[in-house]
Write a protein that binds this ligand. Structure first.
Ligand code: DAH
Length: 333
């Protein structure tokens, strides 16, 4: 056996030992890749050792060749084994860290709900839209003209006392009722008209269990040829029975500047007569104010307080609860 042969054999032995030792200690996939390059790479240690084969006698070469193959296989399988181990333990670590404990209590997600005022508005609108009405709106800051004058309520009219409001320095005011939307709508549309306008209104009232300086109204207006008080009654009764069920409804003669004749409507609710809205045939002066001919068209109108409906339907005793943002109260709806 030549010296070269022995030397190469021991170098290969050493290489295998070094490689297996280093692989055993490697602790990451990157480290293993580095070791692969170091030992088995094109310029790796095994290639360097094998360069020495040139000096061997031809008869010795096969022996070194097969030994080199064994070394290479051993190192390669050690690398593969280490790689598999490491991939598996990375996966296990990931699975362990992402485990869901299904017995943990869930997150509490507070659920929102519609405010009782909004749900009442929606309910009233649904019914009227079903009767063929379109929803309209107007500004909360109004001119004296739209809030009073055009509604047949001139400056010295006593009805103004009942609707004292908040005036702005420029003479405008916060609307006292949604009736102003009647005028704005009629100015921009021609009969036939079927319109409903919900919205916020303002009054200089002392706040108590049934009064608020800001509240909501819903206005109804129909203008067409040949509309009669019978149409008004039919519409109002149908509307109220949709809400309250088959209950007695009564019309009491009343007065509003913008309707003639006028009426207030009561429903019998839980044994008591309860006033729920004002209504009437649109006064000819109002029709004239928007350029309609009262000889050709007639109209009926109605107005109601939305809080009133919300309170009756939900058995509330104090209007202020509707504006309190008290969750204990609001969660009941
Ligand atoms: N605007 C009246 C108020 O605020 C309510 C009202 C009464 C509206 C009769 C109407 C109506 O359209 O016809 O007290």
């Amino acid at each position: 056996m030549s010296d070269q042969l022995t030397e190469l054999e021991s170098k290969l032995d050493q290489l295998q030992q070094d490689a297996l030792g280093a692989i055993a200690e490697a602790d990451s996939l990157e480290a293993i890749e580095k070791l692969r390059l170091r030992f088995l790479g094109k310029k790796g240690e095994l290639s360097v050792v094998l360069k020495g084969m040139g000096k061997l006698e031809a008869g010795d070469r096969p022996r070194i060749g097969s030994l080199a193959n064994e070394v290479k296989t051993a190192v390669q399988s050690a690398l593969d084994g280490a790689k598999t181990r490491m991939e598996r333990s990375a996966l296990e670590a990931q699975l362990a860290s992402e485990t869901i404990d299904v017995t943990m209590p869930g997150d509490y997600r507070p659920q929102g709900r519609r405010h009782p005022l909004n749900s009442t508005i929606d309910r009233l609108l649904d019914i009227l839209v079903g009767l063929g009405y379109t929803v309209a709106s107007g500004p909360e800051m109004e001119t004296d003209y739209y809030n009073f004058e055009s509604l047949n309520t001139p400056p010295d009219h006593p009805a103004r006392d009942m609707q004292d409001t908040f005036y702005l320095p420029d003479g405008n005011l916060l609307r006292t009722h949604t009736s102003s939307v009647q005028i704005r709508y009629m100015e921009n549309n021609t009969p036939p008209i079927r319109v409903v306008a919900p919205g916020r209104v303002y009054r200089r009232d002392t706040v108590d269990a049934t009064h608020s300086a800001v509240f909501h109204q819903l206005e109804l207006l129909a203008v067409d040829e040949n509309l009669t008080f019978g149409d008004l009654k039919g519409t109002v009764k149908t509307f109220l029975r949709e809400i309250f069920g088959e209950i007695p409804v009564r019309f009491r003669a009343s007065y509003f500047p913008f309707t003639e004749p006028s009426a207030e409507v009561d429903v019998q609710w839980q044994g008591k007569w309860l006033e729920v809205m004002g209504c009437g045939m649109v006064d000819p002066n109002v029709l004239k104010a928007v350029g309609y001919d009262p000889e050709k068209v007639t109209g009926f109108a109605a107005g109601l307080g939305i809080e009133r409906f919300a309170m009756v339907l939900h058995q509330m005793d104090d209007i202020r609860r509707l504006y309190s943002s008290d969750l204990r109260f609001l969660r009941q709806f």
